[in-house]
Structures are given as C-alpha cells and as structure tokens.
Write a protein that binds this ligand. Structure first.
Ligand code: FDP
Length: 339
C-alpha cells in the first residue's frame, strides 16, 4: 500500500460504504444486514474506547461474578456484553443472541425482532486485559427462517450456514475484519474520524507460512499425533527450516496474525479439555468462516470445522445429562491454517 499517498487520501472506503456496496450486489436486499452490521460496528467502537480507557477508568479487575465457563468475569467483559446486547437488540434486526457471557440464549422481545441470530464473544482473550495485550470481539451471523417461532434448536446450526462473520481486535490499533461471504476485508479505526477505513482489502492468507501458534504448556496432555505434528514444526524431517513459534493466548490476535502472515494456529484437545477449549459457536465458527473465505482451512482433527453441529450454545462444555457419545459433535481439536 502507498503510505505517502494514504496520508492525503480523500476518497475513503469506510466500512459502511463497503457494506452498502456489498448490499447493492443483492438487488432484493432491504438493507437489514447493513443495519445490523452498523450496530455491531457501533458496539466495537464503544468497546474500543472502553478498552483504551480501561487502566485510567479503573475498569480492570474483577466484577465479582463468574460466567458460564466458571471464569471470573472482568468488568470490561460485563460492560462489553451489555454494549453488544443493547446494540444488537436496538438494531431491530435480531431475534436471538448467543453470548459467551450469558448462560442462556437471549430471545429478543417479539416487537423488536428481526431475522438474524448473532453469536458473539464480546471480549475474547480476557486473561490479557490487565496487561494491555490485544483482545477482541468475535461474531457470527445466521439467518433464521421464521423469527416469530424461532426455537433454540434452530440456533444450533452448523457453521457453514453462517452468512457473515468477523472480529474486532483492540490492539495497538483497532482493526475490524469482516466477511459477508464474498472474501475478507480489514478496516482500521481512524480515531480522528471515528470511522473504520478499509486498510486490508481482499485478505488472502499466504499459501505457505513459517509460524506455528499453540500453547505448548499443554504438551504433556496432548495425544501422540498432535505432539508429533508440533515436534515436526520444530524439527522438520524434510530438510525445510523449523517454523517460528508465536503465541499470544488471545485468539483474535493469534488468528489475525495467522491471516496476515500465514502458518497455523491450533488449540488441540488434551486430557484436561477432551473436546478442546475453544467455543464452537462464537470462537471456532466465525474464525473458521473467515479463514475459509481468505483461502485457508479450518479443521477439527476429524473434519471441516464448519460442518460441526453444536448441541449446546456453549459447546464444548460438559453437559452432565447428555452422554458425550450421544452428541453429534464431529471433532475434538481445532486448527486454522494457511499452508
Ligand atoms: P481467554 O481464556 O483469555 O478468554 O477461549 C478463550 C481464550 O482466551 C482464547 O482467546 C485464547 O486463544 C485461549 O483462550 C487461550 O487459552 P490458554 O490460556 O489456555 O492458552
């Protein structure tokens, strides 16, 4: 990109302009997705501002509550969840919301309902909040056939049925990466304009990557194929150079780097988490959708990640009354990769 010319750019591709352009490719569209996305963008701007002020405003630290995964909630998690729930409901375009922070799915008041279901993690990577490392919001959007009669079963759709997905990374800059099923584009928040401007058009993951990204502290609990794969990254047997290890421990940041630089990010199942740690509906699906749209792959160890059918909105958590064998989940490890 021509940075000198960028300084003087006057014809800016804002995210709104981009989404409207995408909408015009579907003459039958009534702009509902555009409106929904503009509310998500507003939520991202709000959270970006709160994250920037977190240290100053004493927003860091525990809020004294525990979420469904048994993790202590941070104030910023709670705030971000409220911001997104309010933004999504007030868009008038959603009928069901699935949030990492809420035990149950939220069924929107019938008067305010629209045709979309949004699954989201309002603030992913929250163990990184207090040290200022990049964190992010992840979201995936489904269309629901009948918003008036929608049930929880309808929400448990395979990832391949998603119509749009994205994430917003709150880091040294604030970057929103979005796909509406026609490639992947990245936008950076210009704080002086308060607008996301397209900075990474048509992202394609490099076909070959030199980086592997995994929490190797879990290695003693891995199965043999996983351990062998990671060993090969370090000690290749085909004469190639060893790969570099990069692991931030914040999925949005690790996936963002993988999208731009190539390589592999994985969070394999282990003895502690036999079905893996990453949540299917609001972590694995949106990121897998973006990876595939960018020309990469995402798989569970047994098959394509987007083919999984969740049986619980917070899969893969253990559900005591349903034996694991009777559930339809297709895999037990996760990896997204370029080449
Ligand atoms: P966090 O627990 O900090 O919210 O699934 C959540 C997640 O972060 C991902 O963002 C991240 O990739 C992963 O967990 C990190 O897990 P480990 O600390 O076990 O490596």
């Amino acid at each position: 990109m021509d940075h000198a010319a960028d300084t003087f750019r006057t014809d800016l591709m804002t995210i709104t302009r981009h989404v409207l352009n995408e909408q015009s490719r579907h003459p039958e569209s009534r702009g509902d997705l555009t409106i929904l996305l503009s509310h998500i963008v507003l939520g991202c701007k709000f959270v970006a501002s709160a994250v920037n002020k977190a240290g100053l405003a004493k927003l860091t630290g525990l809020a004294g509550e525990t979420n469904v995964q048994g993790e202590e909630q941070k104030k910023l998690d709670v705030l971000s969840n409220e911001v997104f729930v309010n933004a999504l409901v007030s868009s008038g375009r959603t009928c069901v919301l699935v949030s990492e922070e809420d035990e149950k799915a939220t069924f929107v008041d019938p008067k305010l309902r629209g045709k979309y279901c949004v699954c989201f993690d309002p603030l992913d990577g929250s163990s990184n909040i207090d040290c200022g490392v990049s964190i992010g919001t992840i979201f995936g959007i489904y269309m629901i056939k009948n918003q008036d009669t929608v049930t929880l079963e309808e929400v448990l759709q395979p990832g391949k049925d998603m119509i749009a997905a994205g994430y917003c990374m709150y880091g040294s800059s604030c970057t929103l990466v979005l796909s509406t099923g026609n490639g992947v584009n990245g936008f950076t928040l210009d704080p002086s304009l308060g607008e996301f401007i397209m900075t990474h058009p048509d992202i394609k993951i490099p076909p070959k990557g030199k980086i592997y990204s995994v929490n190797e502290g879990n290695a003693k609990n891995w199965d043999t194929p996983t351990a062998k794969y990671v060993e090969k990254c370090k000690y290749p047997t085909d004469g190639s150079s060893p790969k570099s290890l990069r692991y931030i421990g914040s999925m949005v940041a690790d996936v963002h780097r993988t999208l731009l630089y190539g390589g592999i990010f994985l969070y394999p199942a282990d003895k502690k988490s036999p079905s893996g740690k990453l949540r299917v509906m609001y972590e694995v699906f949106p990121m897998s959708f973006l990876m595939e749209e960018a020309g990469g792959q995402s798989f569970t160890g047994k098959g394509r990640s987007l083919d999984l059918i969740p049986t619980d909105i917070h899969d893969p958590r253990e559900i005591p009354d349903i034996p694991r064998q009777q559930r339809q989940r297709g895999g037990d490890q996760g990896a997204v990769r370029g080449g």
